[in-house]
Design a binder for this molecule. Structure first.
Ligand SMILES: [Zn+2]
Length: 105
């Protein structure tokens, strides 16, 4: 089994990346709209894209935070639904996943 500390490092790095990006999205959304009408319309569309992106990333942040909590509790790598061990191959691809392949599908 791959060391949990390694997974933790990986998850924390991803979390930091997400937080930095979310902060950037936030500051971009806060930019004052002092341009002409056409530019504002383009910017609004861009804002919507940013908002959707931010929501997707926030969701991922929550999943990662939950995974880090499970590491803390010593429950990492165990399916929250059935209690089975989640396969290493699955954790390699989805280190933050709370469920085994069977329960997730
Ligand atoms: Zn399961």
């Amino acid at each position: 089994m791959k060391k949990i500390a390694e997974r933790e490092k990986q998850l924390k790095a991803r979390l930091e990346e997400l937080m930095a990006h979310l902060k950037k999205i936030d500051s971009e959304l806060d930019e004052p709209a002092d341009k002409d009408v056409e530019e504002r319309a383009v910017e609004r569309e861009g804002d919507e894209v940013l908002e959707v992106m931010g929501q997707v990333e926030l969701q991922e942040v929550r999943v990662i935070e939950a995974a880090l909590k499970r590491i803390e509790d010593g429950e990492y790598g165990i399916c929250v639904d059935c209690g089975d061990t989640i396969s290493e191959e699955r954790l390699d691809v989805l280190p933050a996943t709370p469920k085994c392949q069977k329960c997730a599908s």
